[in-house]
Design a protein around this ligand. Structure first.
Ligand code: GLY
Length: 383
């Protein structure tokens, strides 16, 4: 489906992408040598001090470092990247698979970028089995009354689903393709339909959390999540919506998902136009303090690249030029490419209230790397 973004670039854009890719390769080679199979998350004063493999092995972001390593392996063919990625998959993440009650809907983020990446890139059979195992866990979280996948495990949250899940359901599409069993993809479609009806607002902004009665499936409320307040517009939620619905379209061909991704993308671009490409944490936060989240920009840029590959030719330029504008903004205003420091993207924020603000967080680096490698036609397709 569609035309690869790498075939859509001008020679000048291609040169720029190659320059950024070279800086990222130098940086990630240095981080690989320092980190190996530790799992980094947030850098402090230029260092990843905490090893999440030790402190929080099941944390939802722990697939992004193996994901960076697999993307680097795909781009370079060097086993010095695949070896630590596979060690993480077989030690830390295998420990999490067996801790059943710790598994939630983020099994997609965790295993698509680790075991499923391993299977896709090296055809390692035991990695395929890990992927199918966690896909079964994700499918088992489906609530058939409300037609949604339950997000988290806390008591009282049996009826909660969140927009971020749109990036977890590619695990289900993969499992159906892999096994020939349509049930995984059917659950993914039903969940995407519920998200479409309840998460995406008419103006293209999104709710973060939606709550349903877990017995009847009836919609109850959309409370505040990681953004400013209920009814506001958490930018990273919007970016998950762009990429997630675009991916759902790629997997299903259902035009309603493409239209949703475009609607959310248009809203996102209209908002980052006001801040030069770097997203505020919440597009409806108070004017001061000006709090940014460059993760949202990186995820959205990747989603806009996805759209540029999926839409008809006459529409491609819009998504391509916005992806490039955002990536230029991130790399020029928010990045530290010094290989002596850990963490590339600096202006990352995990949530509006009581969160870590304007720090380097690992998954911005993942989505930046994936976007730049896609511009060069060198990325592995992991979603
Ligand atoms: N998926 C949680 C977050 O985006 O912070």
């Amino acid at each position: 489906m569609g035309a690869s973004i790498s075939d859509q670039l001008t020679p000048e854009d291609a040169r720029w992408a190659a320059e950024i890719a070279a800086k990222l390769e130098t940086k990630f080679a240095a981080e690989r040598d320092r980190e190996g199979s530790k799992i980094p998350y947030i850098a402090e004063s230029g260092r990843y001090e905490e090893d999440m493999a030790e402190t929080f092995p099941g944390w939802w972001t722990n697939g992004f470092w193996p994901g960076i390593l697999w993307q680097m392996f795909a781009a370079t063919g060097e086993e010095s990247y695949s070896e630590p990625a596979r060690r993480i998959e077989r030690t830390t993440l295998d420990g999490v698979i067996s801790a059943y009650e710790k598994l939630d809907h983020d099994v997609g983020f965790l295993w698509l970028l680790s075991a499923v990446a391993d299977w896709r890139l090296t055809h390692n059979e035991s990695s395929r089995v890990r992927g199918l195992h966690v896909a079964t866990v994700l499918a088992g979280r489906f609530n058939s009354a409300g037609r949604f996948i339950r997000a988290w495990n806390e008591l009282g949250r049996e009826g909660w689903a969140i927009v971020d899940s749109m990036m977890n359901i590619p695990l289900l599409f993969w499992a159906s393709e892999e096994t020939g069993d349509p049930r995984f993809a059917e659950i993914a479609r039903q969940h995407a339909d519920t998200m479409l009806a309840n998460v995406v607002r008419p103006d293209g902004s999104c709710n973060h959390i939606v709550c349903f009665d877990p017995l009847t499936g009836e919609f109850q409320e959309a409370p505040a999540g990681q953004g400013y307040a209920a009814g506001s517009s958490w930018s990273r939620g919007q970016s998950w919506g762009i990429f997630g619905f675009a991916r759902a379209y790629r997997h299903t061909g259902d035009e309603r998902y493409l239209d949703a991704a475009k609607r959310v993308a248009h809203y996102f671009c209209s908002q980052v136009a006001l801040t030069g490409g770097i997203a505020l944490i919440d597009f409806r936060q108070p004017a001061e303090p000006k709090l940014f989240d460059a993760i949202a920009s990186c995820v959205a840029a990747d989603g806009l690249i996805e759209l540029a590959e999926l839409v008809p030719e006459a529409e491609r330029g819009f998504y391509r030029s916005w992806a490039l504008l955002i990536l230029h903004a991130v790399t020029e205003k928010a990045c530290d490419f010094d290989p002596g420091h850990d963490g590339v993207v600096q202006l990352c924020s995990d949530k509006y209230h009581d969160g870590r603000i304007h720090v380097p967080i690992i998954y911005a680096d993942y989505f930046l790397l994936e976007s730049i490698l896609r511009l060069q036609g060198r990325a592995a397709d992991l979603w």
